[in-house]
Write a protein of this length. Structure first.
Length: 380
């Protein structure tokens, strides 16, 4: 009972992390992470594998030249120091926490908790269509932005889990379509076009892989459901996902500026341009692609380690275990718009779910490797 209460308290802290900020991006969620980590290491005596520790150490070693580069060649300020500390916190504390967390809670328990959270958040969005809620604000561009964080990662998770469960015959189609519908409600409220693309890509991939003819039914149901949601708005032209669905040409310009600068100074691929140093000359923004944003700040090696810890399931599509491979493919499809159209985040409420999913994936692969080694020994 206490264990379940602790789990749901932790899950509730994920979206509330931005509201319970202490300083910078550090919040009450980080305090929970630290206490959880200390408790497990001292009282439960859970050990961390040598492979995990070596990987974390390697990530730190690649991060050191980036810090030296920023000290020597850029103007060192509190923003760079705070950014570096947050990245080190992710690379070390959050990585170890995720590894220990998946040893303590089953994936089924965690997924049920996140699904419940998505239902609560969707209910808040539905209420915000009709009432002025203090926790959901109209930003003036036809979308209702929650003051809590991690919305995209929560819905990407429920899309991936429910899609995988349907493909594995653990849940039926209507269970999957229910969480797909919750995502569409969130899309209408927040105007997040990448989340809309995540939902459409996921339902297309899952229904085509399961039963190709079901794809037509899914599209028809989606159009009916989406159009019924749009009726909630008197003037749909003001809705962000309609009025500005494909009009962000400035993001393409930013990418082109960045690539041209990188071609002109290719050595900066190693250590980056400096933490938050590169901005395009017109929009004063960094690339809205996580890979490029990470390269701009830290270089290609640190970018690789960030992806390895945060989005490990990308690499797991090549595993020999079919269920793990399928799980990874569904999550890759669901999260690819987030990877391609969002900048990276050091805020734990936005990336923690991805860290935990990657830790579960690592556990699956670790068990698979252990069984394979035992099989080899038995043969010998």
């Amino acid at each position: 009972m206490i264990k379940n209460i602790n789990l749901y308290f932790f899950i509730l802290l994920i979206p509330l992390s931005s509201l319970l900020t202490l300083f910078g991006n550090f919040s009450a969620l980080d305090i929970y992470i630290l206490f959880f980590l200390i408790f497990l290491l001292i009282f439960n005596k859970i050990e961390i594998s040598k492979h995990s520790l070596k990987t974390i150490l390697a990530g730190n070693l690649f991060f050191i030249p980036v810090i030296i580069f920023n000290v020597l060649f850029t103007q060192l300020d509190t923003n760079i120091i705070e950014n570096s500390v947050q990245f080190l916190f992710l690379l070390n504390i959050v990585s170890i926490f995720s590894i220990l967390f998946v040893e303590s809670y089953s994936f089924e328990s965690f997924s049920k908790g996140i699904k419940t959270l998505s239902l609560i958040i969707t209910s808040i969005f539905l209420l915000s269509f009709f009432f002025d809620l203090p926790i959901v604000k109209d930003d003036g561009t036809g979308r209702l932005l929650p003051i809590f964080s991690g919305t995209a990662s929560i819905y990407i998770f429920v899309l991936g889990v429910s899609g995988f469960q349907y493909l594995m015959n653990q849940k039926n189609f209507f269970h999957f379509f229910f969480f797909f519908s919750l995502t569409l409600i969130a899309v209408i409220a927040t105007g997040q076009r990448s989340m809309l693309l995540s939902a459409l890509l996921t339902i297309t991939y899952v229904t085509w892989k399961k039963r190709p003819m079901l794809l037509l039914l899914s599209i028809a149901l989606s159009l009916v459901f989406l159009s019924s949601l749009l009726v909630l708005y008197a003037d749909n032209s003001e809705l962000r996902i309609i009025g500005r669905l494909v009009s962000d040409s400035e993001r393409i310009s930013i990418i082109m500026y960045f690539l041209s600068d990188l071609i002109y100074k290719p050595w900066l691929l190693l250590f980056g341009f400096g933490i938050e140093e590169w901005m395009d000359p017109y929009w004063n923004q960094e690339p809205h692609i996580q890979f490029l944003h990470l390269i701009a700040d830290y270089g290609i090696f640190v970018m690789f380690f960030y992806l390895l810890f945060c989005f490990r399931f990308i690499f797991s599509i090549f595993t020999s275990d079919e269920s793990t491979k399928l799980f990874s493919w569904v999550f890759l499809v669901a999260s690819s718009p987030h990877l391609l159209f969002h900048t990276y985040s050091l805020e734990r409420g936005q990336v923690l779910i991805f860290f935990i999913v990657s830790a579960y994936i690592f556990n699956l692969l670790k068990d698979e490797d252990y069984e394979r080694m035992n099989n080899v020994k038995n043969i010998n």
